[in-house]
Design a protein. Structure first.
Length: 94
């Protein structure tokens, strides 16, 4: 189970488990993000390579427009995944 919500002001709440079984819906949600955003990962329990790929595509699309993306409230186990994938070198992970 997963959940994605936006407050309409640039903050996205991402929670649950983001894996390949949810990739299409997650990709659809993020394809419309075209401005700098903060992704609140407080409730995110796990993210697979499919989810990482979606975040990478979003980051690339935003960065070509001069926009940014940052992740906040990231749990330690999820932070390790981002670190192993070297995402911590691309955008802010707090």
């Amino acid at each position: 189970m997963y959940s994605l919500t936006s407050d309409g002001r640039g903050t996205i709440q991402m929670s649950g488990i983001i894996d390949s079984s949810h990739a299409d819906a997650v990709r659809e949600f993020f394809k419309d993000i075209d401005h700098s955003c903060t992704i609140d990962c407080e409730g995110l329990e796990f993210i697979s390579s499919a989810g990482l790929g979606i975040l990478m595509a979003t980051y690339k699309r935003l960065s070509t427009r001069g926009e940014t993306m940052r992740l906040i409230n990231v749990r330690e186990n999820v932070k390790k995944i981002f670190h192993l994938a070297r995402f911590d070198r691309l955008f802010s992970i707090e």
